[in-house]
Design a protein. Structure first.
Lengths: 311, 284
């Protein structure tokens, strides 16, 4: 009798668990629990302490919006870090995405070697985030490094302090970013494959040059992918931390003091948790605005086939 | 007439390959330079830096580098990295597959909402949650443990959930429906039908997350302060700081070793990597 009771309880339980809505929540629960515990809860906490002065050793003290006021009125290094980061994003992202597009198109020629080439070009973006590559990059651009060596071999001044000069240091990091165009290139290559061959055939019959085909077929068809790459690369450029931390440490003279780096220093070197949290929220707003601007502009240049485009 | 056209085609073909190959060489040059530096003497690195082929291949740099610093050898750092990366990757793969099944196959109230939440986490700067997470883990006494580096991985990662979802969308729904009519529960549909079929997406997840976890620098930098706990990424940074005035060779040797997992992924699983990037980058 008891056994019977147990079975029916078990069966009822199983039937309940197998309802689609219940099963849906069971399967989605890792995300939902993690989202609440590791995203929402920390975000609320972060917002609260951004209105406090919180030097980890002593409890937080409410100071209202003073962290935000201080950032924009009493902290020239913060203003500097915004300028440096915008400069870095504005130079590195278009170069990187443009280069990725160029190489992806260059590699559409169907040769047996194309796949091999693509892997070779992709390698830097696979390893680029590692500490090892940052250390190597630092030595390449050292005063007695390879870059200066090559320059002096071809008769140019070969004694430039790339990393030590506030005018050049940021471009060492820009080059490192552009060097890692590989994953954007792969995404472009996948997009290029989806453009119907017939478009090009028709254009060729009409006598269009390959340049015209690129401008009037490839670019419009690829524009949603360009938008995707621009947005993703912009967001990740704003987050750049490791490379600047290892290669330049933000110097010389704060010329590479990226936002994420200054935020890290505020939190973990100066232990100003409240101030750093406020900076994180401002970062969120900045990234949001920049992304929104890109999306807003996209109405003018992104072509979606389903809407019936410009031809 | 014909032959001149064919000649032109050959010439342009050669020019094309020369250009692409030269650019390709430029791209991998820093990597080759690092590997060759691992075998060079410090004198060669400083004075004949352009050369890619060292005068003699010696493993001295590796031997010196492996000893590490302050009685800690790189054997320990590699063990730490392997431990963190394996546990984090196992968690991400299992949880992301489970969540992907919910979002792509099950209809439950609030699905759209949770899906939107998940996609938005992909855009959220890590900096926003970095500080509060640190404070929370610190208050729980979990700094200097691997818990903060591993635990969040067990709650799925949007990038991989999205990628696996793309894969599940490609499987015919009739498979699930037939199984359910035959009396399968949704749990056995997942374990017996979906899981075996999404193996390629799982392999891609394992590969990409493993090397992300292996490369991770900021997480260990924030949470670990005892060098015995350091993973390789943090250890070579400390190693370079403590020796950079003299021992470039050893630094390059350890840098090269630290990239071996990534290199082997590149050599043996490249297909999965490329597939993963193109699938999550482009919807449908």
């Amino acid at each position: 009798m008891a056994v019977d009771n147990k079975t029916s309880w078990y069966q009822r339980m199983m039937r309940f668990m197998d309802k689609e809505a219940v099963a849906g929540y069971v399967f989605a629960s890792p995300f939902i629990v993690g989202f609440l515990a590791f995203t929402i809860l920390p975000m609320i906490y972060s917002l609260v302490i951004s209105f406090t002065s919180y030097r980890i050793a002593s409890p937080p003290r409410w100071i209202g919006v003073d962290n935000y006021v201080r950032m924009f009125t009493r902290d020239p290094r913060f203003i500097r870090s915004i300028g440096v980061t915008l400069h870095y994003v504005a130079v590195s992202v278009p170069l990187k995405v443009g280069f990725a597009l160029l190489v992806a198109v260059l590699l559409t020629r169907s040769t047996r070697l194309a796949a091999f080439y693509r892997s070779v070009y992709y390698l830097p973006s696979l390893i680029g985030g590692s500490v090892a590559v940052s250390l190597v990059w630092k030595e390449l651009f050292a005063v007695k490094g390879v870059i200066n060596n090559v320059l002096s071999v071809i008769g140019l001044p070969g004694d430039i302090a790339w990393i030590g000069d506030p005018n050049y240091a940021i471009y060492v990091l820009v080059l490192l970013a552009v060097w890692q165009f590989g994953s954007s290139m792969i995404i472009f290559a996948a997009g290029l494959k989806q453009i119907p061959e017939t478009y090009y055939e028709a254009a060729q019959i009409d006598g269009a040059s390959s340049w015209q085909q690129f401008i009037y077929i490839t670019l419009p068809c690829l524009s949603p992918v360009i938008l995707f790459n621009l947005v993703m690369q912009t967001i990740s450029a704003f987050m750049n931390f490791t490379q600047a931390f290892i290669i330049t440490k933000g110097g010389p003279m704060d010329s590479t003091l990226f936002y994420a780096l200054y935020l890290y220093m505020s939190a973990f070197n100066y232990f100003e948790m409240g101030y750093a949290s406020a900076m994180a929220w401002v970062l969120l707003v900045i990234v949001g605005i920049v992304t929104a601007l890109i999306f807003k502009s996209s109405g003018r240049w992104v072509y979606y086939e389903s809407k019936g485009g410009r031809w | 007439m014909m032959s001149s056209m064919r000649n032109r085609k050959i010439v342009s073909g050669i020019a094309y390959h020369l250009l692409v190959a030269a650019l390709g060489f430029l791209m991998v040059y820093p990597v080759l330079w690092m590997i060759s530096g691992a075998f060079k003497t410090n004198y060669e690195i400083l004075n004949e830096s352009l050369k890619l082929i060292p005068n003699s291949f010696s493993f001295d740099n590796f031997a010196r580098g492996w000893k590490g610093f302050g009685r800690l050898t790189f054997a320990g750092f590699f063990r730490n990295s392997a431990y963190i990366s394996t546990l984090a990757t196992a968690g991400v793969t299992i949880s992301s597959a489970i969540v992907a099944y919910a979002f792509s196959r099950l209809n439950f109230p609030g699905r759209q909402f949770w899906f939107a939440c998940m996609m938005s986490t992909m855009m959220l700067p890590y900096q926003v949650v970095m500080i509060p997470q640190y404070i929370i883990f610190r208050n729980l006494g979990l700094t200097n443990t691997y818990v903060p580096l591993i635990l969040p991985s067990w709650f799925s990662r949007a990038f991989f959930v999205f990628m696996i979802m793309q894969f599940i969308h490609g499987l015919p729904r009739e498979l699930d429906e037939a199984a359910i009519i035959d009396g399968c529960s949704r749990y056995s549909v997942f374990t017996r039908i979906i899981l075996p079929l999404i193996k390629p997406a799982l392999i891609t997840t394992i590969i990409i997350n493993f090397y992300w976890a292996w490369d991770d620098f900021m997480g260990p930098l924030i949470y670990l302060s005892r060098p015995t706990k350091y993973p390789v990424s943090l250890a070579i940074k400390l190693f370079a700081d403590s020796t950079s005035t003299t021992d470039y060779g050893a630094m390059f040797a350890m840098s090269t070793l630290s990239l071996i997992p990534v290199f082997s992924i590149f050599l043996f699983f490249n297909r999965y990597l490329i597939q993963g990037i193109s699938m999550s980058g482009l919807r449908g």
